[in-house]
Design a protein around this ligand. Structure first.
Ligand code: COA
Length: 136
């Protein structure tokens, strides 16, 4: 079975998705929290390889003007195979060209987003991020 990008939340194995998030982001995620985040999102994508969840991404939006894309992740055993890019290309299709897309990314991941058309912003500000992510 090839890579499948699921665009709905039918029959999601939330435990497995939380496990993938925990492994990719090297933290602890509960299935309850991940389910809540996905259910509350405007658009979601889940990557399945041979029917098993290997990645995900979600976006918040008003559906008219702005959207923020969050939580792109791929299971460490399946990275560098184009799955992250496939997830991004798919979720970006949820938004017309007039909708401004925003995301945050560590420097090491910025080349991936550049290839998808994203550019650094002069105007972005944030609150509640880890101190290491903040400008002085
Ligand atoms: C970021 C992440 C989702 C990328 O997923 P992936 O499936 O490995 O990415 P892809 O294989 O689709 O790679 C897409 C492009 O990014 C580049 N890329 C991916 N990971 C990279 C890395 N660690 N360093 C440099 N370039 C990288 C690839 O060259 C690729 O370009 P190409 O398709 O033109 O060859 C994955 O590394 C991950 O889950 N990381 C941990 C969670 C995280 O930090 N998420 C990012 C939140 S901003």
């Amino acid at each position: 079975m090839p890579l499948n990008i699921q665009t709905n939340l039918e029959n999601v194995d939330w435990e497995r998705l939380a496990q993938v998030y925990a492994l990719a982001f090297k933290g602890i995620q509960t299935a309850e929290l991940i389910e809540l985040v996905f259910i509350r999102s405007y658009a979601t994508r889940i990557a399945l390889l041979d029917g098993v969840i290997v990645g995900g991404v979600y976006a918040f939006s008003d559906g008219e003007l702005d959207a923020t894309i969050h939580g792109l992740c791929v299971h460490p055993d399946f990275q560098r195979q184009g799955i992250g890019r496939a997830l991004m290309e798919s979720i970006m299709q949820s938004f017309g060209p007039h909708i401004a897309l925003l995301l945050t990314a560590e420097a090491m991941h910025q080349p991936l987003y550049c290839k998808l058309g994203f550019r650094p912003l002069k105007t972005a500000m944030g609150k509640g991020f880890p101190p290491a992510d903040m400008e002085d």
